[in-house]
Design a protein around this ligand. Structure first.
Ligand code: ZN
Length: 73
């Protein structure tokens, strides 16, 4: 099986705390799932994203660059 990009520990703890709080008030806990990134196809852990962190950063950069009128190399 391919390597999975795990969530950072701080994010995981955050999710755990939020899940615990949600359960206490009768909501469904937050579920971490493993998905394929829709852009680079890498496996990654996420709560709701369909794009991995790396691709998201790339998209952010190219968006900013486009707004500034620079070409991304
Ligand atoms: Zn990706």
């Amino acid at each position: 099986m391919d390597e999975v990009k795990r969530l950072p520990t701080s994010t995981r703890l955050n999710i755990k705390e939020q899940s615990w709080a949600r359960r206490r008030i009768g909501l469904k806990p937050i579920k971490v799932v493993i998905r394929n990134c829709r852009i680079c196809d890498v496996l990654f852990e996420t709560v709701s994203e369909r794009t991995c962190e790396d691709c998201k950063k790339r998209i952010d950069r190219s968006t900013v660059a486009a707004l500034q009128g620079f070409e991304v190399i």
